[in-house]
Design a protein around this ligand. Structure first.
Ligand code: SAH
Ligand code: SF4
Length: 362
C-alpha cells in the first residue's frame, strides 16, 4: 500500500509506476480511485456530458477477431437504418438537450456509405440549427473522406487503437492489409491533422494482454496527446474466433476492475481530457458506467438507436438496454448519475478542455 501512495505523490509516472498501479489489489486501488475523482472534480468538474449513440448499421467489411458483427459471422441479422429514422433519433437527442450525437456503425468504404454519412452530417446540422455536436466512429477511411466528413459537420472522431502493442494487435486481427496496425496509427494521425478532436482507446482484458501492454497503452495516449478516450472491458462473443481463449481470460469482474484502474490512472495522467464510461462496462455490472464516473470518466453515451435494431448490434454479448427505448434510458440514467454524485450537463457540448487548450495554443 505504501508503494502505491508513494507513486501517487509523483508528478510523472514512469512505466514501472504504471505497472505497479495497474497491478494494485482492490484495497490498494482505493487511493488511486479517490485521487482520480479529485483530479476530475478539480480539472473538468462533475458535469457529465451526453453523446446520444446511434448505431445505424451493423454491416461491416472487416473481420476483427473479437467482434460479433464481423463480416464472417453469418448468424448476425444485418440492418441499416434509413436516413429518416437516423435523423429522427438525432432529433430526439436535440429535443432532450443531449447536445451531441455519435454516429457509429460497422466499417464500410464504398461510395454509397460515404455519401450517406455526408448527407446525415449535413442534415443533423440543419435540423439542430448547427447546435448538435457530432462525433463519428466509422473506422478507417482515406484522408479525403475524413476531410469531407469534417467539412460537413463532424468534429470529433473515435477510433480505438484496440491495443498499441503491434504483436497483440496482430493476434486480435486477421493477418491481411485490411487490418494493418500501421494503417490504424496512420488514421489517428490523419484525424489529428485534419482538426478533429481525436478519441481513441483500448479493450481491457484481451487474451494475451499483459499489464505491461496496458502501461504502454497509457504512455501512448499521453505521447499522442489524445483529446478523448473510451476504454471498455473485452467481452467474449461466442460467434468470434477469440472465443476459443475464453478459459484463459481474467474473470469479467477483474476485467471490469482493471478497466476502472485504466480510467483512473489516465485521468490522473491527463487531467483535462474527456473520458467515456463505455457501454461495455454496463454489460458486466449494471452500475458499471456510474462507477466509472466515480473513478474519473465524464462522458456517457446513452443508446438512442431505434429499439427495433438494438439487438442486432451485438459487438459483444449481454449488451445492456437492448429492449428499452431511448425514453426509458433517459429517465433512469439521470437518476443514476445524480446518485453517483455528478450532474448532467444538458445542452452543453462539453468539448474536451484538452482540445480547447491545445488548439488555442497551436
Ligand atoms: N467499426 C467501428 C466502430 C464500431 S466497433 C470501429 O471498429 O472502429 C466499436 C468498438 O467496439 C471497437 O473499437 C471495439 O473496441 C469494441 N468492441 C468490439 N468487439 C468487442 C468485444 N467483444 N468486447 C468489447 N468491446 C468490443
Ligand atoms: Fe467491424 Fe468495427 Fe467490429 Fe471490426 S470492431 S468487425 S471494424 S464493427
Amino acid at each position: 500500500m505504501t508503494k502505491i501512495i508513494e507513486i501517487l505523490t509523483k508528478k510523472e509516472f514512469e512505466r514501472q509506476d504504471l505497472i505497479s498501479l495497474l497491478k494494485a489489489s482492490r484495497d490498494e486501488a482505493k487511493p488511486i480511485f479517490e485521487r482520480a475523482y479529485q483530479v476530475k472534480k478539480d480539472c473538468v468538474g462533475t458535469k457529465v456530458y451526453y453523446r446520444g449513440l446511434i448505431e445505424f448499421s451493423n454491416i461491416c467489411s472487416k473481420d476483427c477477431l473479437y467482434c460479433g458483427i464481423r463480416l464472417s459471422n453469418k448468424n448476425t441479422n444485418r440492418y441499416e437504418i434509413d436516413e429518416a429514422n437516423i435523423l429522427g433519433a438525432a432529433e430526439f437527442a436535440y429535443k432532450h438537450r443531449y447536445a451531441s450525437v455519435v454516429l457509429q456503425s460497422g466499417e464500410r468504404t464504398d461510395k454509397v456509405f460515404i455519401d450517406k454519412v455526408d448527407y446525415l452530417l449535413k442534415e443533423i446540422k440543419k435540423l439542430s440549427d448547427g447546435k448538435l455536436g457530432i462525433t463519428i466512429s466509422l473506422g478507417e477511411q482515406t484522408e479525403k473522406v475524413y476531410r469531407r466528413w469534417f467539412d460537413s459537420g463532424a468534429h470529433r472522431y473515435l477510433l480505438r487503437i484496440e491495443s498499441t502493442n503491434k504483436e497483440l494487435y496482430e493476434k486480435i486481427h486477421p493477418n491481411n492489409s485490411k487490418h494493418s496496425y500501421e494503417e490504424r496509427l496512420n488514421c489517428l494521425h490523419l484525424l489529428r491533422k485534419i482538426g478533429y478532436q481525436v478519441g481513441t482507446g483500448v479493450m481491457v482484458g484481451l487474451p494475451f494482454q499483459t499489464y505491461e501492454n496496458l502501461a504502454d497503452d497509457l504512455i501512448f495516449f499521453k505521447t499522442f496527446d489524445i483529446d478523448m478516450c473510451g476504454m471498455g472491458p473485452f467481452i467474449e462473443h461466442a460467434e468470434t474466433p477469440l472465443y476459443q481463449y475464453k478459459d484463459q481470460l481474467a474473470s469479467q469482474k477483474d476485467r471490469l476492475f482493471d478497466t476502472f484502474k485504466m480510467i483512473a490512472i489516465l485521468r490522473i495522467m491527463m487531467p483535462d481530457i474527456n473520458i467515456a464510461a463505455a457501454t461495455a462496462l454496463q454489460a458486466i455490472d449494471p452500475m458499471g458506467r456510474e462507477k466509472a464516473l466515480k473513478v474519473g470518466a465524464n462522458i456517457i453515451m446513452p443508446n438512442i438507436t431505434p429499439t427495433l435494431h438494438r439487438k442486432n448490434y451485438q459487438l459483444y454479448q449481454n449488451k445492456p438496454c437492448i429492449d428499452e427505448g431511448a425514453d426509458d434510458c433517459t429517465s433512469c440514467l439521470e437518476a443514476r448519475i445524480v446518485l453517483a454524485g455528478d450532474k448532467v450537463g444538458y445542452g452543453e457540448w462539453g468539448d474536451s478542455f484538452h482540445y480547447q487548450k491545445r488548439t488555442t495554443k497551436d
